[in-house]
Ligand binder design. Structure first.
Ligand SMILES: C[S@@+](CC[C@H](N)C(=O)[O-])C[C@H]1O[C@@H](n2cnc3c(N)ncnc32)[C@H](O)[C@@H]1O
Length: 508
């Protein structure tokens, strides 16, 4: 957030959805009034007055009917409130009551623009002749949406330009509308391939070129290349997989329904890796009866495999049935683990530091032998001696970019240092809480080596933990993986890029 934006956010204007302030003019429909002026040089009073006059004269209807306005609201929520696109969009769509065609256009524009944001910004910067940081944040969102339509969709050029300028006006960005119109016209000069060539001019570093060519930040391209290691030739397929529309993965609840039955009811396909997974090409899984009845849940197949490894890794000695999930929110793996514990006559203690996420775990695991506690996993205040401990660590989420469109531009290398410190502490805590002969499964939905192999090697070195072969707890279909840890990949396995490994205390 720029200083100017921060000031605005702190000024109580509340953004487009913010509460109406007395004297700030009419709200929603007209709610962009009082939100401040253009960032930087353009942030003057006349601009704001223009916007107020413009907003009032256009008399924008409070009801959202336009898919582009819905997409713009989504971009605003992601930018201003740090919302997750896949969690935010469904409620925006519900409120907008769009027909089916407009719903799919709003969805495409929302996810597509969010996913391509950094690339669109590079192009907008060239076309505008100024850095995106110097463009008013709201005008920039409108431009991103317009540029996405021009470069990534089959929306006709004139329609993309006209609707974008119109949208800017309806949002009260009256003065910026001229600027937006000019930039949009400049962007029409080339297609995406042409702009990519322009952006790559003079750049020889292959990773930098690839980052531009695939709309990824460069640091992520390098992180993926390092994680692929000797298979780095697969990098283009991996990067392409981040843009592919992921299938819906369902998990049949063990003991409640089989994958075969779930596939029959939903019309999906049984998957190849997890014996509980069913794939659907698309759809609204929340509407499915088995999901409503808690017989199945939406869960990436890779996440199912992590829970399976935690439940099935061989132990030394008897399993006394004390299982622990140290980072449980929102409860996907705790649910799978709880259902498997139910079958095994075990009980899961689920720890989550964030109270609101712990509530989600409680809801998801209702009826299962799962006890939820709000606590810091580094010092949860539990009696040690657990047979099985799962550490599904907070991470950058670089392995789930296809499902979290905003992640690739929101995350930065600075996040990694803080996260790896936490990951190491959580793993150390797990090794203290597990009994001798018990098993700790450490997992991340990131393939980034500092969060995966480095954290594990650190535990082996500093806590003399013993590294086990995690394939021993996984279905036969994964026997061909190298081990001792398993790194899944979207382009190879069709899952998120989950990393998982298993450890034992050295005093066993
Ligand atoms: C990757 S998510 C876990 C996903 C979860 N296992 C699932 O399958 O639904 C990591 C979780 O760890 C939680 N967390 C972060 N720091 C923590 C800490 N110090 N102790 C316990 N939980 C923590 C986060 O709030 C987040 O809910």
């Amino acid at each position: 957030m720029s200083d100017d934006n921060r000031k605005r956010a702190g000024s109580g204007s509340g953004g487009r959805h913010g509460p109406k302030k007395q004297g700030s003019g009419p709200s929603r429909g007209n709610s962009s009034k009082g939100r401040g002026g253009e960032r930087g040089r353009g942030g003057d009073r006349s601009h704001r007055q223009d916007r107020q006059r413009g907003g009032a004269s256009t008399g924008r209807q409070p009801q959202l009917k336009d898919p582009r306005a819905v997409a713009l609201d989504l971009l605003t929520s992601v930018r201003e409130r740090g919302a997750y696109a896949n969690l935010e969009l469904p409620s925006l769509l519900r409120k907008a009551k769009l027909d089916e065609r407009d719903t799919s256009l709003a969805t495409e524009l929302s996810y597509g623009t969010t996913r391509a944001q950094g690339q669109l910004d590079r192009i907008i910067a060239k076309a505008a002749g100024r850095s995106p940081a110097k463009i008013d944040a709201e005008a920039l969102d409108v431009l991103r949406l317009g540029a996405y339509q021009l470069l990534y969709t089959r929306v006709a050029q004139h329609a993309a330009v006209d609707t974008t300028v119109e949208l800017a006006k309806r949002e009260g960005l009256i003065r910026a509308a001229g600027f937006i119109n000019a930039v949009m016209h400049k962007i029409t000069a080339h297609d995406l391939a042409g702009w990519t060539q322009i952006l790559q001019q003079g750049i020889t570093d292959p990773f930098e070129r690839m980052a531009i060519g695939t709309a990824h930040p460069e640091w992520i391209v390098r992180a993926f290349a390092n994680a692929l290691g000797k298979d780095a030739a697969e990098l283009p397929q991996l990067l392409a997989a981040d843009d592919a529309r992921p299938k819906v993965h369902l998990a049949a609840r063990p003991g409640a329904i089989t994958a075969e039955e779930l596939a029959l009811i939903t019309g999906g396909d049984e998957a190849e890796l997890s014996p509980y997974a069913v794939h659907l090409p698309s759809g609204s899984p929340g509407e499915l009866e088995p999901v409503k009845e808690h017989l199945a849940a939406v869960q990436d197949e890779g996440s199912q495999l992590v829970a399976l490894a935690a439940a099935n890794m061989p132990l030394e000695g008897e399993d006394s049935g004390r299982w622990l999930d140290l980072c449980a929110g929102p409860g996907g793996k705790a649910t799978m683990l709880g259902a498997l514990a139910d079958i095994a006559g075990a009980e899961v203690t689920a720890i989550e530091v964030a109270a609101h996420r712990a509530k989600l775990v409680e809801g998801a695991t209702d009826g299962l032998p799962v006890r939820v506690k709000v606590a810091d996993g580094r010092k949860p205040g539990l009696e040690p001696g657990f047979d099985r401990v799962l550490v599904d660590a907070p991470c950058t989420g670089l392995g789930a970019l296809r499902r979290r469109p905003e992640s690739r531009w929101r995350r930065s290398p600075d996040d990694v240092t803080e996260l790896t410190a936490l990951q190491k502490e959580l793993l150390a805590s797990a090794l203290e809480l597990v009994r001798p002969g018990g098993v700790v499964v450490y997992a991340t939905c990131s393939p980034h080596l500092p969060e995966t192999v480095s954290v594990v090697n650190d535990a082996v070195r500093r806590h003399s933990a013993e590294l086990l072969d995690v394939r021993e707890g996984l279905p036969e279909a994964l026997a061909g993986e190298e081990g001792p840890w398993v790194q899944l990949w979207p382009h190879r396995h069709g899952t998120d890029a989950m990393f998982m490994c298993a450890l034992r205390r050295s005093d066993a």
